[in-house]
Design a binder for this molecule. Structure first.
Ligand SMILES: O=C(O)C1=C[C@@H](OP(=O)(O)O)[C@@H](O)[C@H](O)C1
Ligand SMILES: C=C(OP(=O)(O)O)C(=O)O
Length: 431
């Protein structure tokens, strides 16, 4: 039976601890790297969600053997050493940007005939900058629908391509990530130059970090030039997936909204995910943050209100949505800027946020790349929040219930994109 909405009762606060699901960004990168590598990789604590399931299924269709160990989120992936064994396949990638963009580059350079499709929203998410880039190294890639958007068809790469690729980085960093991950498939040194500003830089750091774990070290000059050596990925043997830092943001925010303390387990001080810097923003709003090697904790402390914030959120595009909810509990107007990429993600997140925040009584101003939120004196109770098939909309708005404000979340199952256990985790911290 489909649950069409979820009524969240008013809770008196939040405290406790949550074990985070694996990072989506790390899981999907590791799956592709392990698939392309020489040797077998044991992957520990992979995220089990829609976005990783589509990646696993696509790899299986490309001829990559993997098995899941019984009763666990641990997998064994048998690397194919740079060449997908199956030369013709149709891949369905849902709305998983990390899977779609990285597999587009991998399939385009892997020497087969493939189609890549997704859900209707995926077909509205731009991919032209990546297609333009892989064409420069000889990829034969066509649009099956509108120019610049999925679905795509790729055919075997020709040998006429060069070794210098220019890619635009101001719409999504996933294009550069896709290119970097697959550049070693060309068997020659490749220089990648970024045109214009690169957004969401910490995600490219995750890419470089994991490529290194699989034996390929990229040299870079700032964020403009990347030199990928001619080499084959080598399995590291075994690799652990960190807990998801974007998923952590909901529970850290819960610790601030519901007084806390709330602890997340699975990410900590040495995380390679940029979204751990959400904790810095929370601290600037007045929450108390503690960091351990593998945990982060948040409580409101002596403050009884959060401070409003003005923040350039380009480095934390996903966790920044959680700040928009915290703004409802702040003592003034919060401005989140440099978030144009929100408009081309699971939904137009600036428009969706503005519409739904207004249902709670907030005064919201939106621009092409910013949102400004002024909270009402009292939040409106029992608002029915539309989630636009966007997991983060559902998780963000659920937090309001922890401040004693009952709320209805429409289509709560959309959390399955990255966090199928979210509703149980939320109930476990609600006081
Ligand atoms: O590379 C990644 O894993 C991601 C990059 C970001 O996208 P953009 O680079 O499009 O901002 C982020 O929003 C997405 O959830 C995951
Ligand atoms: C933007 C997101 O996902 P993706 O681009 O990987 O589909 C997200 O998880 O917030």
């Amino acid at each position: 039976m489909t649950v069409e909405f979820l009524d969240l009762a008013a809770a008196r606060g939040a405290r406790g601890s949550v074990k985070l699901p694996g990072s989506k960004s790390i899981s999907n990168r590791i799956l592709l790297l392990a698939a392309l590598a020489k040797g077998t990789t044991e992957v520990k604590a992979l995220l089990d969600s829609d976005d990783t399931q589509v990646m696993l299924e696509a790899l299986k269709r490309l001829g990559v053997n993997w098995t899941r160990h019984p009763n666990s989120d641990d997998y064994r992936v048998e690397g194919v050493g740079g060449v997908f064994p199956v030369k013709e396949a149709d891949l369905f990638l849902g709305n998983a940007g990390t899977a779609f963009r990285s597999l587009t580059a991998a399939c385009a350079l892997a020497g087969g005939h493939y189609t890549l499709t997704g859900v209707p929203r995926m077909h509205e998410r731009p991919i032209g900058d990546l297609v333009d880039a892989v064409r420069q190294v000889g990829a034969d890639i066509r649009y099956l629908g509108s120019t610049g958007f999925p679905p795509l068809e790729v055919r075997p790469v020709s040998d006429t391509g060069g070794s210098l690729v220019r890619v635009r980085g101001n719409v999504s960093s996933q294009y550069l990530t896709g290119l970097l991950l697959s550049a070693p498939l060309l068997g020659r040194e490749v220089v990648v130059e970024v045109e214009g500003d690169l957004i969401s830089k910490p995600y490219v750091e995750i890419t470089l970090n994991l490529m290194k774990r699989f034996g390929i070290e990229v040299k870079r000059e700032g964020w403009q030039r990347f030199i990928v050596p001619a080499a084959t990925y080598q399995s590291p043997g075994s690799i652990q997936v960190e807990g998801d830092a974007s998923s952590a943001s909901y529970f850290l925010a819960a610790g601030a909204i519901g007084h806390g303390p709330v602890r997340v387990e699975g990410v900590g001080r040495n995380s390679i995910q940029g979204d751990v810097r959400f904790a810095e923003a929370l601290a600037r709003m007045g929450a108390e943050i503690g960091f351990g090697p593998n945990w982060i904790e948040c409580r409101l402390g002596c403050a009884d209100k959060l401070h409003a914030l003005e923040l350039d959120c380009n480095h934390i595009p996903d966790a920044a949505m959680t700040l928009a909810i915290l703004a409802l509990f702040a003592d003034g107007t919060t401005t989140l800027s440099n978030i144009a990429s929100w408009r081309v993600k699971e939904t137009d997140r600036i428009a969706a946020m503005a519409t739904e925040l207004r249902k709670l009584g907030a005064v919201v101003e939106e621009g092409a790349d910013y949102i400004k939120i002024t909270p009402p004196a009292r939040l409106i109770e029992n608002a029915a929040i539309d989630t636009y098939d966007d997991h983060r909309m559902a998780m963000c708005f659920s937090l309001v219930s922890l401040a004693g404000v009952p709320i209805r979340i429409n289509d709560p199952k959309c959390v399955n994109k990255t966090f199928p256990g979210y509703w149980d985790a939320l109930a476990s911290v609600a006081a």
